[in-house]
Write a protein that binds this ligand. Structure first.
Ligand code: ZN
Length: 96
């Protein structure tokens, strides 16, 4: 679906369906923030309540954890968003 990290291919490699023009705008980042919060917050609370890490460890591990989780989720969130716009023929899915 992507030629690079977040750049969509112009057409489906199998059937030629065009979807390179579909713009998901800020839905994917929004979905990413929501998901990182929902997945990340319980993990942080669970780990912090069962460990006795010094502050510097927590302040290094959790921002890195959040960043990596966000970078992993963002392209997937964009793929879901573009797919939903394409499937529902939503605004921005029309050609030209
Ligand atoms: Zn296809």
């Amino acid at each position: 679906m992507f030629v690079s990290y977040l750049k969509q291919v112009d057409r489906c490699a199998v059937c030629g369906e065009p979807y390179g023009h579909i713009r998901s705008d800020d839905v994917a980042p929004w979905l990413t923030v929501l998901t990182v919060g929902l997945i990340g917050a319980p993990i942080v609370v669970l780990v912090e309540s069962h460990t006795d890490w010094p502050n510097w460890t927590s302040m290094t591990v959790w921002p890195l954890f959040g960043l990596l989780l966000a970078l992993a989720i963002l392209p997937r969130a964009k793929a879901i968003t573009v797919s939903m716009i394409w499937f529902t023929r939503g605004p921005g899915s029309e050609l030209g």
